[in-house]
Structure formats: structure tokens, C-alpha cells
Design a binder for this molecule. Structure first.
Ligand SMILES: [Zn+2]
Ligand SMILES: [Zn+2]
Length: 343
């Protein structure tokens, strides 16, 4: 947040020299570091997903880099949720008991990274337009490692980098996104070596989520909850790249919603495929429930999931699982099972 005391000229100057201040970029009260312009180590590699065609292009501030296949999944589903008027999730956080449409948080509010409301916030003050939000520019390819092995635990390993391209971080001062979010962080490898419950069960009481990883998407990058660190709607406030990810202060690339660039796509009339694993071992699926019904918060429980027959590891079982929605909190609101300690 950039309130500007009248006598703070020196502090303001420092902020400008550092290209960011206050926590740009992030989650959990980022301490901004001096931004550099180097992207060494990030370029010249290739991905295996095939979504990064034309990989050196730098498009205008709209979501032009989303990839040729990325937008189809969201347009083939129908829902009562109006993507141009999504309810803003600011302050929809609880520390006492979980609730539908809320994030159950284990922490108190800090400071979010975005500095300014973009024009995609509607004038009513309570909704935002997800179809007009800009993205961080650039297409940077990474070598991602990611593996899932089912044994005594559900083993998840990887280097934390996505198998799909990211935008250019730190956000360049020439990027239109810079006017709203001055994320000064560079994307770095961030090893994943997790042992999640192999046979997850619903716990007696749900658990709250922390800032930081709550799970991982199948492209190998972490999923965080919907908080920008300041009890604000991260998906609305933070300007992420065309695949909806960005790095936090340690360089860990992450999402606050399900990336539209995943290769796991919905099929009309069918339940969505698995798109990730949550810390309690339950799966995260796309937006479509049984018979292809587009799900909203009203269809899901306080943790953003439900129970019915799904195929898990090739076997049909009646099991709890989470779903993506287009509305806040987008993915997990709390842990329905017992979460493993992950980072
Ligand atoms: Zn974030
Ligand atoms: Zn389901």
C-alpha cells in the first residue's frame, strides 16, 4: 500500500529508486528487494507443454500471451457467475470458523503487493471484470521437473517451476502492469519434496490455510490460497502473467487460482479432470462437476469441495475432492482433510 505522508519525500524517493516498496509482488507482506533487469538463466530453455508458441513475443498489456489453447476451456462452460462482475473477495477471510465463499486463514492480515486498483475493477466498488484484466508481459520458458508417486505417502517432487511459460519478472517499468503491481521478484527454483496423505480422509473439523503453498498444480508450480497477504482478493488485485502466476519474495512462482494454461482441459458434459493436489492429499479438479455442471460456491462446502464417485489413480471411488470456481475463493477455502506440512 502506498499511502504517502507529506513529509516522506525521502522515503518516496527510496521507493522509486528501488522500483518497488511496500511489498510489491506479494503475498504475506513481501519485503521488496531492489529490482534488477536481468533475466539470466530464465531464457533459452524449452518446455514440453507446447503452449508457448512464438515464445519470444512480447505482447501488449492484454492477455494476448495466454496461448492458443488456453482460453477455450473457460469459454465452453456455462455458469451463472458473470465473469465481468465477479464479487470482489476483499475481506472475505475468517479466522474463527470456515464459511462458504470465504478463506479460512491461520494468520492475520498483512500487506498485499498491488499498489493501485486497475480499470478492471468495476465502479460499483464490489465487483471486478475478469475479462478485462491485464497480464504481465513476456513469455519465458523454463525446464520444469515434476513427479507424483503413490506409495506410503502421495509423494510430490519437483523444482517448483511451471512446465508452461511465465511472464517477465520483475515486472518491467515499461510493462503496463507496472502501474498497478510492481512485483520486484525474480522467479527461482523452489524444490518440492512433499509426502501427502496417500489415503486422505475427511477430518472431524476443517483446518485453516496459511500464506504460502496449499498445494500444487499439475504443471509443477505451487498453488496458494486467494489472499494477496492483506486479506484482499489476490486474483483481482495482483497483476499476474498470462497463465495467472507470479513469484513471491523468495522467487517461488505460484498461482492463486487454477491456471488457464494447464493441459488438463474440461470436456463439455463431463466432470473436470484432476488439475492439482492439495496438502491434505485430496485432489483439486476444474470447474465442472458431475455431468458437466459448472459449479459455483453454492454447490460446494465451506472448504470448496464435495463428495461423489470420482476416478482416483485409475479406480472409481466415492471420495471428497475440491473444485475450481470462477468466483472467490476460486480454489480451496480450508482443508477438509488433515494437511501435511508443505512449503
Ligand atoms: Zn501471489
Ligand atoms: Zn466433483
Amino acid at each position: 500500500m502506498h499511502t504517502r505522508p507529506r513529509a516522506a519525500t525521502a522515503a518516496l524517493l527510496t521507493c522509486l529508486l528501488l522500483t518497488a516498496c511496500g511489498g510489491g509482488g506479494g503475498d504475506g507482506g513481501n519485503t521488496a528487494s531492489a529490482a534488477t533487469t536481468t533475466t539470466a538463466g530464465a531464457t533459452g530453455t524449452t518446455t514440453t507443454t507446447g503452449t508457448a508458441t512464438g515464445s519470444t513475443s512480447s505482447a501488449s498489456g492484454t492477455a494476448a500471451n495466454t496461448g492458443t489453447t488456453a482460453t477455450t476451456a473457460t469459454t465452453t462452460t456455462t455458469t451463472s457467475v458473470d465473469a465481468t462482475k465477479l464479487p470482489l473477495g476483499d475481506n472475505k477471510f475468517t479466522t474463527t470458523a470456515p464459511a462458504v465463499g470465504y478463506v479460512y486463514a491461520c494468520y492475520s492480515a498483512g500487506q498485499g503487493g498491488a499498489t493501485t486498483k486497475g480499470p478492471w475493477f468495476n465502479g460499483d466498488g464490489s465487483t471486478w471484470n475478469s475479462t478485462s484484466k491485464i497480464s504481465v508481459q513476456g513469455v519465458v520458458n523454463w525446464v520444469s521437473t515434476f513427479a507424483v508417486a503413490l506409495g506410503s505417502t502421495l509423494g510430490i517432487t519437483g523444482n517448483g517451476l511451471p512446465s508452461q511459460p511465465t511472464g517477465t519478472f520483475p515486472i518491467a517499468s515499461t510493462d503496463p502492469a507496472y502501474a498497478y503491481d510492481r512485483n520486484p521478484n525474480s522467479i527461482k527454483t523452489s524444490a518440492i519434496a512433499w509426502g501427502l496423505p496417500a489415503n486422505p480422509t475427511v477430518a472431524a473439523t476443517p483446518s485453516c490455510t496459511g500464506l504460502g503453498a496449499i498445494g500444487v498444480l499439475l504443471d509443477g508450480a505451487r498453488l496458494f490460497n486467494a489472499d494477496d497477504g492483506g486479506y484482499r482478493d489476490a486474483v483481482a488485485w495482483e497483476v499476474q502473467d498470462a497463465c495467472q502466476g507470479h513469484p513471491q519474495q523468495q522467487g517461488t512462482y505460484h498461482y492463486h487460482s487454477v491456471s488457464s494454461c494447464l493441459t488438463q482441459k474440461d470436456t463439455a458434459g463431463q466432470h473436470s479432470p484432476l488439475v492439482g493436489y492439495i496438502a491434505d492429499g485430496f485432489g483439486l479438479y476444474g470447474n465442472l462437476g458431475e455431468n458437466g455442471k459448472a459449479l459455483t460456491n453454492a454447490d460446494l462446502d465451506v472448504c470448496h469441495g464435495h463428495t461423489h464417485a470420482i476416478t482416483v489413480n485409475g479406480v472409481s471411488v466415492v471420495q471428497y475432492h475440491y473444485h475450481q470456481t470462477k468466483e472467490f475463493p476460486y480454489t480451496v477455502g480450508c482443508f477438509r482433510g488433515t494437511p501435511a506440512t508443505i512449503s
